[in-house]
Design a protein around this ligand. Structure first.
Ligand code: UFG
Length: 354
């Protein structure tokens, strides 16, 4: 739960998505009032319905595409009317492969949405943003654990949109010192809400490890392809810092409260990770234990752009916010499995009206 702070009215851009919906629950349980802006291009109104059920609180919703110039006026008007104290910005496209094939779309949507959101916040006098960034902004040559001062250098257009947005927000803060910015660099968010009601619902074939494992466990896909077993890691497979999405959501509440408590404007970059890494095969074994299902896998070639190992130096979030990840890999697997088992088709193909 978040503390009662000076930032009580929050715009959550992209609030219906996997991470956004968990952030909404966390902020509502911390007593905050929310305006979610989402176009449901890769999310479902059903997620917000469930957020309301879990939290017992209402949410205001603006269904809008932040990257569409024709909708900018309506966004500015609605945000002003809401009288926010700040925003959590999670609106954007996030598929690495797609970003390589359609880079201009990624730049237009991710950067464009940010420009509109910033304009609307500025007009409303709410100069506080917690941005959903990613460990993907780091270059490939950093030693682990990676601190926020690590070398930057994303390897694909999606990652570059994250880095460019961080830079845009830092430039904004330099130009107008009233802004309070926190770029949260997520490591590998996995798991689901412990209720089994919220979770990740990827469209099509999952790109990421956990949704893929979960769909194999539930029988929707036959075999997991493990991308490479010849990395210089303890079992040869890739090592990542998996973090429970509820811990991650709590990090957003902590960041908002921290920014609100600062007297002056500032721009921060903060890792959200557990500080330890697990290998792909360790994750598969843990998921197998949690689900009590077989997870057949085969070793496949390395995936282009993957690093052998990356995990966070998570000490800054602890020092600044008093936050640290609390849930274990077994918790991540148990909660991810509960969500997958109870919602084998995610939120369903039928997208209910909200
Ligand atoms: N992996 C497999 N099989 C799969 C999927 C993944 O073996 O079917 C492996 C990967 O090779 C990697 C590990 O599982 O070693 C984790 O892969 P994910 O795709 O789950 O996560 P990444 O570390 O690649 O992803 C992170 C962020 C993304 C971001 C990406 C950018 O979670 O949001 O970095 O490279 F887009």
């Amino acid at each position: 739960m978040t503390r009662k702070g000076g930032a009580q009215r929050i715009v959550v851009a992209g609030g219906a998505g996997y991470i956004g919906s968990h952030v909404c629950v966390e902020l509502l349980q911390g007593g905050k009032s929310l305006l979610v802006i989402d176009d449901f291009s890769n999310s479902s109104p059903e997620a917000l319905k469930r957020v309301r059920e879990i939290s017992g609180a209402d949410i205001e919703l603006l269904r809008a595409d932040l990257a569409d110039p024709a909708q900018e006026g309506a966004v500015i008007e609605r945000v002003a009317k809401f009288r926010p104290d700040g925003a959590v910005h999670l609106a954007g496209l996030k598929a690495v492969g797609e970003s390589v094939a359609e880079p201009m779309r990624y730049y237009r949507v991710n950067l464009g949405a940010t420009l509109t959101l910033v304009k609307a916040l500025d007009a409303a006098g709410a100069r506080l943003v917690v941005f959903s960034s990613s460990a993907t902004v780091y270059g490939e040559r950093n030693a682990n654990p990676v601190p926020e001062t690590g070398a930057l250098g994303p390897t694909n257009p999606y990652g570059r949109t994250k880095l460019f947005i961080e830079e845009m927000l830092r430039d904004l803060q330099r130009a107008d010192e009233r802004w309070k910015i926190c770029n949260l660099r997520y490591f590998n968010p996995v798991g689901a809400h412990a209720s089994g009601r919220l979770g990740e619902d990827p469209a099509g074939v999952p790109n990421n490890l956990f949704p893929y494992i979960a769909q194999v466990a539930v029988g929707r896909r036959a075999t997991l392809a493990v991308f490479g077993n010849d990395y210089p890691t303890r079992d040869g497979t890739g090592v990542r810092d998996f973090i429970h999405v509820e811990d991650l959501a709590r990090g957003h509440g902590a960041a908002l409260d921290h920014l609100a408590g600062e007297k002056k404007g500032l721009a921060l970059d903060v890792n959200l990770g557990t500080g330890r890494g697990y290998s792909v095969l360790e994750a598969v074994a843990a998921f197998k234990r949690a689900s009590n299902r077989d997870i057949p896998y085969e070793i496949a070639p390395r995936r282009e752009g993957d690093v052998a190992e990356i995990f966070a130096d998570a000490s800054l979030a602890r020092a600044l916010f008093g936050w640290r990840a609390e849930k274990s890999l077994d918790d991540m697997c148990a909660d991810h499995w509960r969500w997958q088992r109870d919602n084998p088709d995610g939120y369903g193909r039928l997208k209910p009206q909200s």
